[in-house]
Ligand binder design. Structure first.
Ligand SMILES: Cc1cc2nc3c(=O)[nH]c(=O)nc-3n(C[C@H](O)[C@H](O)[C@H](O)COP(=O)(O)OP(=O)(O)OC[C@H]3O[C@@H](n4cnc5c(N)ncnc54)[C@H](O)[C@@H]3O)c2cc1C
Ligand code: FES
Length: 352
């Protein structure tokens, strides 16, 4: 065989190898490159390679991870994902990096952020070790992964469920261990939460991907912490507060936990126990609707308005928020848009 033919054979073998191990993705205009392994979304592969691809929900809904596909082909895990508008679809070259799995090498146009030192997302096999009812429509899941699973307080995982992927936020403080806890609310007729409530049992296996998320504790800050949580939005905010309480600093902390009515309240014992041990933590429970048998210490109103009634101005604080999108949007209007909190010190997750 000639040298040239041998060269072509070697090239073909290298290309086969690259194909088996994934596809090369080139990002413009930054001229960055990474390899997406088979089955990986562009988002997971890019973050795992250390690039700061833009995203928020990682679940196809917010549209933050939108990019332009300049060359190559991708398959969407959720072709109808609402993160792309009708106009985006009509353009034909718009994709969601959190839903797109490349089937060829690709060239994409996307604006990269500043690189940040965060745990890289990867796949985890987990087993359910506890499933406890916290309220009529809320459970706590405790999962064990095979090895220590690094995450930052406030981050979330994607659960692989029969209905597709769903995001759930860790509610425990990260430690060296391999336990992950989640607070899950059942959505009426929801397919993902319905599965977790009706089908999932102790001993079952689950596949997770993560960690993801930007609303994580800024542990190097000395500013007071204000947590504003709606329903199962308590999960990531509780993780942030527990973790910050273990830090050496003496930052004051104020948690506002809002639900619709008294029957939806949960976590009372945990609030009491932690506030007793740490006098710098104050917890306020907030009910949206007044009822006949409301606990006397609950406040009434929207959770962000009650936070502002109590603290007046949050501009000197770090604010962590999580909950339903409408609640977060109202809280952002009440705080950031009203000049009552600093936009770059408010960290939030909308639970789409
Ligand atoms: C960052 C983040 C963190 C979250 N953390 C929590 C938490 O800690 N606790 C909690 O209770 N909830 C959390 N949620 C909400 C959770 O992910 C689910 O949206 C919720 O449980 C309802 O899902 P469902 O399947 O029951 O309802 P459904 O109505 O069946 O689905 C609701 C959501 O699932 C997604 N979805 C729908 N169809 C598809 C599909 N075919 N493929 C992929 N995705 C699809 C969409 O995002 C949609 O809004 C979080 C959401 C986000 C974005
Ligand atoms: S991050 Fe992809 S749609 Fe929200």
């Amino acid at each position: 065989m000639s040298d040239l033919a041998e060269g072509f054979d070697a090239l073909a073998m290298t290309q086969d190898l690259v194909h088996a191990n994934g596809h090369e993705i080139r990002c413009e205009p930054a001229a960055a490159r990474f390899v997406a392994r088979p089955g990986d979304t562009l988002l997971k592969a890019g973050l795992a390679a250390g690039l700061s691809l833009p995203y928020e929900c990682a679940s196809g809904t917010c549209g933050t991870c939108k990019a332009r596909l300049l060359e190559g082909r991708v398959d969407s895990q959720w072709p109808d994902a609402p993160g792309l508008s009708e106009r985006d679809r009509a353009r034909g070259d718009r994709i969601l990096c959190c839903q797109s799995v490349p089937s060829t090498p690709c060239r994409i146009q996307v604006v990269l952020g500043e690189p940040m030192a965060k745990p890289k997302p990867q796949e985890w096999r987990a087993v359910v070790v506890e499933r406890a009812a916290l309220a009529h429509n809320v459970i706590r899941l405790r999962l064990r992964v095979a090895e220590a699973c690094p995450f930052l307080a406030g981050q979330f995982m994607l659960f692989e469920l029969p209905a597709g992927r769903r995001a759930y936020s860790m509610s425990n403080a990260p430690d060296a261990g391999a336990t992950l806890e989640f607070i899950v609310k059942r959505k009426l007729a929801g397919r993902g939460s319905g599965y977790l409530f009706e089908r999932l049992a102790v001993g079952d296996d689950l596949t997770l991907e993560g960690p993801y998320g930007h609303a994580h504790l800024r542990a190097d800050s000395e500013r007071p912490i204000v947590g504003i949580a709606g329903g199962s939005g308590l999960g990531p905010v509780w993780s942030v507060i527990q973790t910050a309480l273990h830090c050496a600093s003496e930052r004051p902390m104020h948690l506002f936990f809002g639900v619709n009515e008294a029957a939806d309240l949960f976590h009372d014992d945990e609030f009491r126990a932690l506030a007793q041990r740490h006098p710098r933590l104050r917890v306020e429970r907030v009910l949206l609707r007044r009822g006949a048998a409301d606990p006397a210490d609950c406040r009434i109103g929207t959770v962000s308005q009650v936070a502002l009634q109590q603290l007046d101005d949050l501009t000197g604080c770090d604010v962590y928020m999580a909950g339903p999108p409408a609640m977060i949007d109202a809280a952002l209007r009440d705080t950031v848009l009203a000049g009552k909190a600093a936009a770059d010190r408010v960290f939030f997750d909308r639970f789409y």
